[in-house]
Design a protein around this ligand. Structure first.
Ligand code: CO
Length: 459
């Protein structure tokens, strides 16, 4: 058996390169061809695709999924799911997580990849349970980061817990692209010994070392890799599918993809890429190597976010200072991996610390919630003095945060009964309230064709 390939161009590819703006028609036209490629799965949904559909494209994300399913008869469809946050930014009650898994699978998803920013396994329990309940395949992705607590042993212990939890496979999600070949070698050989779960690697080419890291992982027990068809590969996205198909040919790892299908899709994807280059959504910078991320251990998306926050405040001269402040805030907070929503929280706090000139003089509500334990358990203890200066002697939650949430799906259904026409609509509203209200209003109450009456005004 060769290496299995998960094609990411239709989710992470355009999310990483041009802010998830590919339309449903574009995605479907390519999914239809790639269905013949012989992938293990295609990642096509979840992550930012759901929000972007409604917010920027005036499209229904559920309809997109159904249309992709209709043209993909052979390939498993995969989505990315943020544990108890689902695709949103707060913790949802278990019954909403359950309903989301149910509806995702009903509408066409086969594999749900679940992760939690803090790798707090308790935040993944419900999603695993529900995915299995509705017949889906559940993969848990561990957010990869480096810190004194993120040792090989840390990941192996988590992998064992994940296996016990009933997941079908384990992915190392290196969202910042900072995993080095040497660390991949150590990590994957240790995981192979520590668990019998199939192992997958997901990384990004931002730092320029990704292909070497993938090879090291493959040679040390990795079973599945995430790659993107070449037009949407490289830079801030995944390595090229075709490159790996060639590089591994005639080895025991040969993925044996159908080259004709890949070739057929290339010009279609090239044309789509050209459109986003021309309209400016795809910044050529996103396609080049940025070794700074290896120095600062900060995801590429976070770097550009910090830059735009500073530009908006006319404070680009503070950029270096903010970059140095990010790892300090991260240490104070117990080394959370910098992935959504923690990347935004840590980044914003670093900007506040530098701009006010006094660390933690101003603190965002989300950081306060984090210190109260509402996001789960920090990987390492939070700096006690800093925590005290921000939340005083407030009680800190140590249970699974969702245990404190009462079921809310029926209440949401009632709340949105005038707008929602199905449970899928209720879920869209629960996740992105204002965006979904605007979208669904337009969908169900299209503006009437206005007849213009001609009349003369006599003054
Ligand atoms: Co990614």
């Amino acid at each position: 058996m060769g290496i299995k390939i998960v094609e990411t161009a239709l989710r992470d590819g355009h999310q990483s390169l041009f802010a998830t703006r590919m339309t449903t028609d574009e995605v479907v036209s390519m999914a239809k061809i790639l269905d013949d490629a012989g992938y293990y799965a295609m990642e096509v949904w979840g992550g930012a695709t759901f929000d972007a559909c409604m917010r920027f494209l005036n499209e229904d994300p559920w309809e997109r999924l159904r249309k992709i399913r209709a043209v993909c008869k052979k390939t498993k469809l995969q989505m990315l799911f943020r544990g108890q946050n689902i695709l949103g930014y707060r913790h949802y009650s278990d019954d909403v997580v359950d309903m989301f898994c149910k509806k995702s699978i009903e509408n066409g998803i086969d594999i749900i990849r679940v992760f939690d920013a803090l790798n707090d396994i308790r935040n993944l329990q419900q999603a695993v349970k529900s995915t299995k309940k509705y017949g889906g395949e559940c993969q848990i992705a561990l957010s990869y980061t480096t810190s004194p607590v993120h040792t090989i042993e840390y990941y192996v212990n988590l992998a064992k817990e994940i296996e016990k939890l009933g997941a079908d496979s384990l992915c190392i999600k290196d969202m910042a692209g900072v995993l080095t070949p040497e660390d991949a070698k150590k990590l994957f050989s240790a995981l192979k010994k520590g668990t019998s779960l199939p192992l997958e690697l997901h990384s990004h080419c931002t730092g320029g070392i990704c292909e070497m890291t993938y090879m090291a992982a493959i040679e040390n027990g990795c079973d599945i890799i995430d790659t993107a068809l070449s037009p949407l590969s490289g830079g801030t996205a995944q390595p090229s599918t075709q490159a790996f198909n060639v590089a591994l040919k005639d080895t025991k790892y040969d993925p044996a993809l159908n080259v004709a299908a890949l070739h057929e899709c290339e010009p279609v994807m090239e044309k789509v890429k050209a459109k986003y280059l021309a309209n400016g959504l795809l910044n050529p910078k996103a396609l080049s190597v940025n070794p700074n991320i290896l120095t600062y251990q900060v995801p590429g998306g976070m770097l550009s976010n910090l830059m735009s926050q500073l530009k908006a405040q006319n404070a680009m001269d503070k950029y270096d200072e903010v970059l140095k402040e990010v790892p300090r805030v991260r240490k104070d907070m117990g080394y959370p991996p910098l992935v959504t929503p923690l990347s935004q929280m840590v980044g914003t706090q670093a900007v506040l610390n530098v701009m006010t000139g006094v660390r933690y003089k101003m603190v965002a509500k989300e950081i306060k919630d984090y210190l109260h334990g509402k996001y789960g358990k920090a990987p390492a203890p939070v700096d006690p003095e800093i925590a005290k200066s921000i939340i005083g002697d407030d009680e800190v939650i140590t249970c699974r945060p969702a245990d404190l949430l009462a079921p809310e799906f029926e209440a949401l259904k009632e709340k949105y009964k005038d707008i929602a026409r199905c449970d899928e609509d209720v879920l869209s509203l629960a996740l992105f309230e204002n965006v979904a209200i605007e979208f669904l209003n337009k969908k169900y109450n299209p503006a009437p064709e206005v007849e213009v009456e001609e009349f003369n005004v006599v003054i």
